[in-house]
Design a protein around this ligand. Structure first.
Ligand code: NCD
Ligand code: ZN
Length: 346
């Protein structure tokens, strides 16, 4: 049987939620990944180092016994974040980035940035201290077509931002378009992108396969096949600007299967296996380790993980539903279907 041993990977974009939801999903990530950049879009969002430190404590508390998984914390940028919070973040050693959600762009982003011009002093401090800005790259202008929001963001927001702050470290999170990937490739070494497994495996037809498919709905929304191909090409290119970020984003079944369903795909249950499928389909399994375990730490200035994981080429069936918070199930990506790579038990 074909097998693949890799340096233990990291997930550079993850939603872990809090409380019972955190306890339900964390073991999936901790089994596979050494570290994860944990998103701050809780209710209320994490805007201070003190809040991030407390949340980190709750994550460590919820870890399975013996796990050495390390959560890398982020702060949620608001129009009011003071530059001194950036100094505190850098000094803390536990906060590794600041997340920009344009107000209203996605789940729990109401408190996001309405006017980036008000963040200039804070962004300047981040640039000076080398603290990365993680960007949800979509404009919220309702007159812009939902499939164009990333490309318009790159042109209207990201390019001007980098002109003003040419040394700012920026990650275009969950890049979903050829336009976004091209922009990152053509920018300086301070600009990188994360890629989700679902955007490497699915195009927007998956939203409407035989009927509306709420479990394939995430933001940024799935795009055309030409974009999926461009993303896959970027992922397998070996270019260190592109690295793994699952954007695994759990929501209770009833909040997804609803008249107005939440955005987010849960993928942590197969968080590395789905990437192995995508890379195998591109004939590039030999490039998976660098994408999953080397490029991210290099960008963030962290050491690579020391441990290893092994994947075997073997079909397994994803459960139809996973336990989540009391009374609610979590429907994982590929529910009831097979994934062709399997994590070997330690
Ligand atoms: C994320 C969530 O549910 O928190 N949803 C999503 O569709 N990706 C938020 C986000 O990353 O946009
Ligand atoms: Zn996300």
């Amino acid at each position: 049987m074909q097998s693949l041993t890799l340096t233990r990977p990291d997930d550079w974009h993850l939603h872990l939620r809090d409380g019972a939801a955190l306890a339900a999903v964390l073991p999936d990530t901790a089994r596979r990944f050494g570290r994860a950049i944990v998103m701050p879009n809780l209710k209320p969002p994490l805007t201070t180092v003190a809040q991030a430190a407390a949340y980190r404590g709750r994550i460590l508390e919820a870890l399975p016994p013996g796990s050495d998984f390390e959560p890398l914390m982020t702060l949620y940028l608001t129009d009011n974040m003071a530059p001194r919070e950036i100094d505190a973040a850098k000094a803390s050693g536990i906060v590794h980035a600041v997340k920009l959600y344009p107000a209203g762009a996605t789940t729990n982003s109401d408190a996001g940035v309405a006017d980036l011009a008000r963040c200039r002093a804070t962004l300047a401090r981040m640039e000076a201290l080398g603290l990365p800005l993680l960007v949800h790259g979509e404009v919220t202008d309702p007159s812009v077509d939902v499939f164009d929001r990333e490309a318009v963001f790159v042109e209207r927001v990201l390019a001007p931002l980098l002109k003003d702050f040419p040394g700012l470290k920026v990650v275009l999170e969950h890049v979903t378009t050829r336009d976004g990937a091209d922009f990152v490739r053509e920018s300086g070494a301070n600009v990188a992108a994360t890629l989700t497994a679902h955007h490497l495996l699915l195009n927007r037809n998956a939203l409407f396969a035989g009927g509306i498919r709420p479990h394939h709905y995430c933001l940024p929304v799935l795009k055309r096949e030409l974009h999926r191909q461009a993303l896959l090409a970027a992922a397998v290119s070996g270019n260190p600007k592109f690295f793994l970020g699952t954007d695994s984003a759990p929501h209770a079944q009833k909040t997804k299967e609803a008249a107005c369903g939440c955005a987010g795909c849960y993928t942590a249950h197969a968080g590395i296996e789905l990437y192995a499928e995508a890379f195998a389909a591109a004939g590039a399994l030999d490039r998976l380790e660098a994408f999953a375990a080397f490029h991210g730490p290099a960008f963030y200035g962290l050491p690579r993980n020391r441990g290893r994981i092994t994947l075997v080429h073997e079909d397994w069936t994803v459960p139809a539903a996973l336990p989540y918070v009391a009374g609610d199930a979590l429907i994982p990506l590929r529910a009831g279907e097979t994934v062709s790579w399997k994590l070997q038990a330690e």
